[in-house]
Design a binder for this molecule. Structure first.
Ligand code: ATP
Ligand code: MG
Length: 552
């Protein structure tokens, strides 16, 4: 599973053949996001595919913003997308915007009109839909279809000049209203939108449609392999038509692959934006979001996302990937990298009554039992410590090996302690344990006098650093039968739990995005937004174990 970079997929085979046959001299790809939201894990698959393909064959990859829909687009997204691509580990050759080409696209549309291959239509969107026909019935020609070239040129120039309102006129390709492929039934090329564009401002009030802008952008940039998801398969004849009829010098080709779907994961910018706008999550980079920025803030590494994308591969068959596969790869990545320390998420105070008052000693602890190179650290131990509330039970069932009255356990890296007394508040809640320790049992001393069955973690109380631990569940509750249920009705009210506890004193200098394994709790990341001088906030990336085996 380590190095799958060089494993094959059908697109690589095509590129390799094209290079060998001399059909292309150099492979050029592009990643073409629309800046109408933040990128999600599905986009990561497309990014890895495009950049790694060019890397492997020593070609080039452009980042091109597909900014043809001014109403939904924003520079905030443009910046966030660049940050995400770079963070994933890729650098583009050129940064381009579809809007860079608006003038050339306009001129090519004029060329189409002159060739009798495009016309201005006056039909309303509603009428156009009615006349488009169905899968089994051909469409009908619009009354405007036979307009003269002169009239079309005049109307198109007036569209550009702003003489018409939104929706009043449209430029259509003149192809074939009876084509079995509905995409070829005189598709729209330009629409009117009196809207402010994040880059071109108010220079334009007509905007090219995706099916027109995309092939032209590819051809202008010399893209050789234009890779997109399968929904666009039926658009390919139109893609080829645009490149040919607009008389583009370069001839890019479109190839389709199956989009990434992940179980129980929302994979659409539109829906993710609803979660942000409705305040269901804090922001696009909320650690519960399947966005690249959300996964990063939760603590996923770029390496783990790339390994995931490599493992799922590239195919044309529809498939859904188990969400736990992503978790598998972050565990793999952090196993040897993350220091292992102790954190108490739900503290219960323990007083060690036979430990000298006012004394503190330093104990040695390994930083990563599986990676000696990470060395050791010293942690303080004294008369008062915190343990996990869960690690004590007053009336335990049999087979409970942690702390209960009269029982002895090992404190990780320290001593055996025995619970002598339980202190409760007026409501009967356990608020403190009084224990004794055995100085002979110090960890690493070679003590073999007796054994205990349970080992629990702890943090020394006087120097403990306050911390908040954020634990996550999926944003959506599992679908039960009625999969049609509106996704906003499936919001999981327990997607975030925040616990107030403590970490070891040497964690006080932890910085945003530092990652740790907390003994028995899993992998955690320092939240870069919410941590401050008084309190470190940790996001749980993933628990330690899962029964999920990706190789099974
Ligand atoms: P969304 O519906 O989430 O906005 P999109 O496809 O409209 O997705 P774009 O910004 O247009 O988003 O996509 C940029 C590139 O990412 C496209 O090439 C698209 O095919 C690819 N992409 C988007 N979603 C996925 C996915 N789930 N799996 C693989 N590639 C994807
Ligand atoms: Mg889109």
């Amino acid at each position: 599973m380590e190095n799958k970079t060089s494993s094959s997929n059908f697109i690589k085979n095509i590129v390799s053949d094209d290079l060998q046959s001399g059909k292309v001299g150099e492979v050029v790809t592009r990643f073409p996001p629309e800046p109408n939201g933040y990128l999600h894990i599905g986009h990561a698959k497309s990014i890895c595919l495009n950049f790694e393909l060019a890397d492997e064959f020593k070609g080039r990859t452009n980042l091109r913003f597909d900014d043809t829909n001014p109403v939904k687009e924003d520079t905030e997204y443009v910046e966030a997308i660049q940050e995400d691509v770079r963070w994933l580990g890729f650098e583009w050759d050129d940064l381009r915007f579809a809007s860079d080409y608006f003038e050339e696209m306009y001129e090519r549309a004029v060329l189409l009109i002159k060739k009798g291959k495009a016309y201005v239509d006056d039909l309303t969107a509603e009428q156009m839909r009615e006349m488009r026909g169905t899968l089994t019935q051909p469409g009908q020609n619009s009354p405007s279809r036979d307009r003269s070239v002169e009239e079309n040129l005049d109307l198109f120039a007036r569209m550009r000049a702003g003489e018409f309102k939104d929706g009043e006129r449209i430029l259509r390709a003149k192809i074939d209203m009876a084509s079995p492929n509905i995409n070829l039934r005189d598709p729209a090329l330009y629409r009117i939108a009196h809207a402010h564009h994040h880059r071109t401002g108010d220079a334009w009030c007509i905007y090219p449609m995706y099916d027109y802008a995309h092939p032209l952008g590819d051809a202008i940039e010399g893209v050789t392999h234009s890779i997109c998801t399968l929904e666009f398969e039926d658009h390919r004849p139109l893609y080829d038509w645009v490149v040919a009829e607009c008389e583009m010098e370069a001839t890019p080709h479109q190839y389709e692959f199956a989009r990434l779907n992940v179980t129980n994961t929302i994979m659409s910018k539109r829906y993710l934006k609803m979660l942000v706008d409705k305040g269901v999550v804090e922001s696009w980079d909320d650690p519960r979001m399947p966005t690249i920025s959300g996964l990063r803030r939760k603590g996923f590494t770029a390496e783990s996302l790339r390994a995931f994308c490599r493992e799922i591969g590239v195919a044309r068959a529809y498939s859904v990937v188990d969400e736990r596969l992503l978790e598998f790869f972050i565990r793999e990545d952090l196993k040897l990298k993350a220091p292992r320390t102790m954190a108490v998420l739900q503290p219960l105070k323990v007083v060690i009554t036979n430990y000298p008052e006012g004394q503190t000693e330093l104990l040695d602890a390994e930083n990563n039992a599986e990676n000696e190179e990470m060395g050791t650290r010293q942690i303080p131990f004294s008369r008062e410590i915190y343990i996990e509330q869960d690690d004590f039970m007053e009336n335990p069932p049999s087979k409970y090996f942690r702390l209960f009255p009269g029982n002895e356990v090992r404190l990780k890296n320290a001593y055996f302690i025995k619970c002598e007394e339980v202190v409760k508040d007026a409501d009967g809640h356990v608020v403190e344990l009084r224990c004794t320790y055995d100085p002979e049992t110090k960890s690493g001393s070679g003590f073999t006098g007796r054994k205990v069955k349970g080992t629990i973690h702890w943090v020394e109380a006087s120097q403990a650093v306050p911390a908040e631990f954020r634990l996550f569940e999926p944003l959506l509750t599992e679908e039960e039968g009625d999969s049609d249920k509106d996704f906003l009705d499936r919001i999981n009210p327990n997607s975030l739990t925040a616990l107030q506890g403590f970490v070891e004193p040497n964690m006080k200098d932890a910085k945003g995005q530092d990652k740790f394994q907390f003994f028995r709790h899993g992998y955690f990341n320092v939240d870069p937004k919410h941590s401050n001088a008084d309190r470190i906030v940790f996001n749980r990336i993933v628990s330690l174990k899962s029964s999920f085996d990706p190789k099974a």
